[in-house]
Design a binder for this molecule. Structure first.
Ligand code: M6R
Length: 611
């Protein structure tokens, strides 16, 4: 989604804004712009397309200033264009605004302001904010009051960066339902919609909460609550290495993140088994037998890849810990008036901790009295802060739009949760626990083993890159893995692909199978092997090519598939994590082979902060 950056200090704002925006590129965008206070005027440079285009423009017409705001826009209201790019100006260029989010009542505000003589140039919702601040300011309010009055009027979500021509030394920021942080520097301060934008300059930040407004100068940061009372906030220290947000020699963030998975899984397991081997220790989360027996129902709620990780959780908690779990897409959850009460545990899964639908689902659950456990990657994110308990997934910053290491971390969290609940409720024996624990501790080296075989996957890519349609099929846990594999291929390779529960093929989709179809058959679950093999034979008989992902040692599959990728042997419940790695690599190489921008796929944003 959009990225917001702002700077006030003693240095030239332009390179800092451009650097910040380039660190936010991963969020997805289609135009970019900056505004600085330069020689008594606010000057804007903006353009459709990449930040490089913006830099080219600035090279020809350089701007300079010690205060500025910058933006990468992911179009919602109006096409990607110069006019619609941010910053957006008020009528006489007195006020410039950058905005992440959606102003839901902008049409009503626009009509009202047009009647007062305001002239709208863009199709954006954001322009109404610039004019509204201008209107209140010119009607006699001081600039901060004008901003407060404006945020009181607007409905929807926003992270705003605002500068005003009459105040060449101050930057104003405001937030509701859209992430915003303030970076604390020495004789300089920053705003950003995400940490990577300011990590080159500071690790000390204030996390801005909903309805707060901040006033920044080079030497001072004042933060106000919605009643305009100044508030004191704790400084949050960002503990990532700067390299965590860099490519470190890899061609793409996605590839780097795929190769980080052994480390990420290891990190997630470290200190999460009790020292006396009696069970799992989920950080500070209690969820003991008494609490678990008190829980009437469990929901797991998430979007996209995180939803699939949640499905693994549902499958395992039901099968191993023997309690029913509802799994829901966060984007649907609210609309079905879910039956939630104080006896409900809602587990929300999110890499960013800012996904609008997941956040809204969580808030609905909390409002109905449910206890919320966040399984979250981004430390300090909205979900992490608002959930009752948080199990961090410790994957470090995930920059590529296609989620890879975050999925492995989330699935590892689901393994841990399953084991914890099963042990607390005496659903598995101590011996079974130890067997699974030992297998889990092997996972980092097994993931590593798969990664050494990346060249094999690259060869499969060369063979299958011209497939017209790709079906991913599997049963049970393999079906969930298929869903994630198919999503990855769609989002970065732009290839039409569908995941199917293998047994469902005969109920319709098999009609689509023809010679140009590739079927990826996931067959890691021994007890379902024969059944899925029958489905593989059915698609083979209709001319499809089959690439199978199977557990090492299972040579029988070679009789039916054109190619097989073997994952190392592991406990059945851990197989989804391993089986997904070749799928990630396959999607990566196909996308690369097709010449796509792997890290920034078209139309997508890393963190979906609008509904
Ligand atoms: O940040 P979240 O985990 O809440 O994001 C959820 C989805 O938007 C995300 O997993 C998305 O599906 C990814 N692009 C998939 O690769």
């Amino acid at each position: 989604m959009c990225g917001v950056v702002g700077y006030v200090g003693k240095n030239n704002a332009i390179p800092i804004l451009i650097n910040g925006l380039s660190k936010l590129e991963y969020r997805g965008y289609d135009s970019a712009g900056v505004a600085v206070f330069d020689c008594g005027k606010i000057k804007i440079c903006k353009t459709k397309g990449r930040i490089q285009n913006l830099q080219d423009k600035l090279f020809v017409n350089p701007l300079k200033g010690k205060i500025g705001i910058g933006h990468t826009r992911w179009a919602t209201h109006g096409i990607p264009s110069y006019r619609n790019a941010h910053p957006q100006f008020s009528d006489d260029s007195k006020i410039a605004v950058v905005h992440n989010g959606i102003i839901e009542n902008y049409m009503a505000i626009k009509e009202e302001l047009e009647q007062k003589g305001y002239n709208f140039i863009s199709e954006t919702d954001t322009e109404s904010v610039a004019h509204l601040i201008d209107y209140y300011y010119k009607s006699g309010m001081d600039i901060l009051d004008a901003v407060f009055k404006t945020v009181e009027r607007i409905e929807g979500s926003y992270a705003l960066g605002i500068i005003c021509r009459d105040f060449p030394n101050q930057l104003i920021a405001a937030r509701k339902d859209s992430p915003l942080v303030i970076g604390i520097g020495k004789e300089e301060n920053f705003i950003a919609s995400d940490m990577p934008a300011i990590l080159n300059y500071t690790r000390d930040v204030y996390l801005i909460d909903d309805n707060e407004v901040a006033l920044l100068t080079a030497d001072e940061i004042k933060i106000f609550d919605q009643n305009k009372n100044e508030i004191k906030k704790e400084v949050f220290k960002v503990d990532w290495d700067i390299e965590a947000a860099e490519k470190s020699g890899y061609d793409h963030f996605m590839l780097k993140e795929i190769f980080e998975q052994p480390k990420v899984v290891k990190e997630n397991l470290s200190r999460r088994f009790k020292e006396d081997d009696s069970g799992v220790q989920l950080d500070t989360i209690k969820l003991d037998k008494k609490e678990l027996l008190d829980i009437g129902q469990i929901y797991i709620v998430a979007c996209g890849t995180a939803y699939y990780a949640g499905l693994v959780g549902k499958y395992l908690i039901e099968r191993v810990a023997r309690i029913p779990v509802n799994s829901e897409l966060a984007s649907e959850f609210r609309y079905k008036q879910p039956l939630i009460d104080e006896k409900t545990l809602v587990i929300v899964v999110s890499q960013s901790g800012e996904t609008a639908d997941t956040l809204a689902a969580m808030r609905l659950a909390k409002a109905n009295g449910a206890r919320v456990l966040g399984v979250v990657n981004a430390v300090g994110s909205s979900i992490a802060r608002e959930a009752d308990d948080v199990l961090y997934t410790l994957a470090g910053p995930e920059i590529a739009v296609a989620s890879t290491k975050a999925f492995s971390a989330q699935v590892t969290a689901m393994f841990l949760l399953t084991l914890h609940i099963a042990m607390e409720l005496d659903k598995i024996s101590h011996d079974e626990f130890l067997t699974i624990k030992n297998e889990m501790e092997n996972l980092p080296s097994l993931v590593n083993n798969i990664l050494t075989k990346a060249p094999v996957i690259k060869r499969f890519m060369q063979k299958y890159i011209n497939s017209k349609n790709v079906f991913y099929i599997g049963r049970g846990l393999d079906y969930i893995v298929s869903m994630e594999g198919s999503l990855k291929l769609k989002e970065i390779a732009y290839l039409h692909s569908e995941p199917y529960a293998a047994g469902e093929l005969k109920h319709g989709p098999i009609a689509l199978i023809e010679e140009s179809t590739l079927v990826i058959g996931v067959v890691t679950q021994e007890e379902l092997f024969e059944k899925t093999v029958s489905n593989i034979r059915e698609v083979k008989a209709r001319g499809a090519k089959v690439l199978a992902i199977a557990m090492k040692g299972n040579r029988e599959i070679e009789k039916y598939a054109d190619d097989v990728f073997y994952i190392p042997r592991t406990h059945w419940m851990l197989a989804p994590l391993l089986a997904n790695i070749p799928q990630q690599l396959f999607a990566y190489y196909v996308a690369l082979g097709l010449g796509n921008d792997v890290d920034k796929p078209r139309n997508l944003a890393k963190s979906v902060t609008v509904e």
